[in-house]
Design a protein around this ligand. Structure first.
Ligand code: T46
Length: 137
């Protein structure tokens, strides 16, 4: 499975906590884009796509949501509910985002600029893509 939950290094003292992420140092890619997701609703799921090449780190800055991650062979679920955990998702991973808490805010660091052509939004196409990818190894 091309994902992992990363413990982000906290600089903390009696004033509070601070986390800093530097591209190619704390995270395994150069950051080309940052976006955030907010005003979500518990019964409205998001995602349902994979990326051909893009890598991302997702942090729940506030609130919680569940990620369903699927590599075409198995499915696993991960809860994001802390601002000191980063979910790394590599290429060719189907993701579904569910059960948003009210007030959930996700910040996403991406390895590339937005390009709709780079998305796979059809699950059968995703399965075909990962099958072709592994047969070319
Ligand atoms: C992902 C998960 C975690 C843009 O114009 N620029 C952007 O950088 C992004 C990310 C989206 N958009 C447009 C495309 C759609 O018209 O914003 C709209 C909503 O995007 P989408 O339906 O893809 O949102 P999610 O929450 O399903 O997925 C997003 C990211 O697109 C995706 O890369 O991994 O968050």
């Amino acid at each position: 499975m091309n994902y992992k939950l990363i413990d982000l290094k906290i600089h903390g003292d009696n004033r509070g906590k601070l986390i800093s992420l530097e591209g190619n140092r704390d995270i395994p890619f150069e950051i080309k884009r940052v976006y955030w997701i907010f005003d979500t609703l518990p019964d409205l799921d998001r995602g349902f796509h994979a990326h051909k090449n893009m890598e991302q780190i997702i942090v729940a800055m506030d609130g919680a949501c569940q990620f369903v991650l699927d590599d075409g062979k198995k499915r696993e679920t991960v809860w994001l509910n802390r601002p000191d955990k980063g979910l790394y998702i590599g290429k060719n991973m189907w993701r579904e985002m569910k059960h948003f808490s009210y007030g959930c805010k996700l910040m996403v660091l991406a390895s590339d600029y937005y390009d709709e052509k780079e998305y796979i939004r059809n699950y059968q196409e995703f399965l075909d893509e990962v099958k072709n990818d592994s047969s070319s190894l």
